[in-house]
Design a protein around this ligand. Structure first.
Ligand code: NAD
Length: 255
């Protein structure tokens, strides 16, 4: 029970990596406020809750700053503390600089970066008061290496890595650790583009699996990211801050 008595917020908890993190945290005894704009986060919470921990759904869009602030207030009042924040919700779109629009960039930034800042700002005073906290933001290997057509997404994810370093320095005196995780190709609804699961295409199988562009020769599973989030959220992580942990089966070490 590595998170017994801990209170966590997880954004984008309705599916994919977010719901895997939610399940892992609950299994380890945490109370989790599960935030998503999709209503099925209620069902995910229902299924995850058990004798050990519990998950409480909050349905709203994290770019709605006032609602986000009310949610954090409510969680702090009801449970008396906030220990862990996982900034996981994100969006992406595909298009190069000739195709994309300023509004697409702005919306990507609002969700993938601005809401990360806002969430950290809202929980920081609670964590500082109790002299303990863990902020975990989900970045992406797209911030380090890219095949193009994801400029706004890659730039926002790069921003997360830089922001995490800044947070780590500012919050260390308060016992708050800030780290990021950069997943590679993970098998989630986000890997389905225009109805095609990118991890199942002939190109993926040939290039990433057969030719081992991913040395571990397979896409990752959401649980494999969730277990890293659990480590970063727990007492096991006591001397790591400002870092980005890459979870990509070796993808970014190959040419
Ligand atoms: N799947 C991958 O291969 C992969 C790779 C690298 C990084 N990531 C990152 O991992 C994280 C999770 O990815 P995933 O694949 O599980 O994505 P996903 O699309 O399957 O799930 C994202 C969740 O976030 C929610 N969400 C999006 N915008 C929101 C908003 N404005 N307000 C509230 N909720 C919102 C969605 O409703 C959804 O439930 C993201 O940060 C993503 O960028 C994923």
């Amino acid at each position: 029970m590595r998170l017994s008595g801990r209170v966590a917020l997880v954004t984008g908890a309705a599916q994919g990596i977010g719901s895997a993190i939610l399940a892992e945290f609950v299994r380890e005894g945490a109370t989790v406020a599960a935030i998503d704009r999709k209503r099925n986060v209620e069902q995910v919470c229902h299924e995850a809750s058990g004798d050990d921990g519990q998950a409480i759904p909050y349905v709203f869009d994290i770019t709605d700053h006032e609602t986000y602030a009310r949610c954090v207030d409510e969680v702090a009042k009801q449970h008396g503390r906030i220990d862990i924040l996982v900034n996981n919700a994100a969006i992406s779109f595909y298009g190069d600089i000739f195709e994309d629009s300023l509004e697409q960039w702005r919306q990507t930034y609002r969700v993938n970066l601005e809401a990360v800042y806002w969430g950290c700002k809202l929980v920081a005073p609670h964590m500082a008061k109790q002299r303990w906290g863990r902020m975990i933001s989900i970045g992406s290997t797209q911030a380090m290496a890219t095949d193009g057509r994801v400029g706004a997404y890659a730039t926002a994810k790069g921003g997360i890595i830089s922001f995490t370093k800044s947070l780590a320095v500012e919050l260390a005196p308060y016992g708050i650790l800030a780290n990021a995780i950069a997943p590679g190709c993970i098998h989630t609804p986000m890997s389905v583009i225009d109805g095609v699961d990118e991890t199942q295409t002939e190109f993926f199988k040939e290039w990433y699996v057969k030719r081992r562009k991913i040395p571990l020769a397979r896409p990752g599973e959401p649980e494999e990211v969730a277990r890293v989030a659990l480590f970063l959220a727990s007492e096991d992580c006591s001397y790591i801050t400002g870092q980005t942990i890459v979870v990509d089966g070796g993808l970014t070490i190959t040419f």
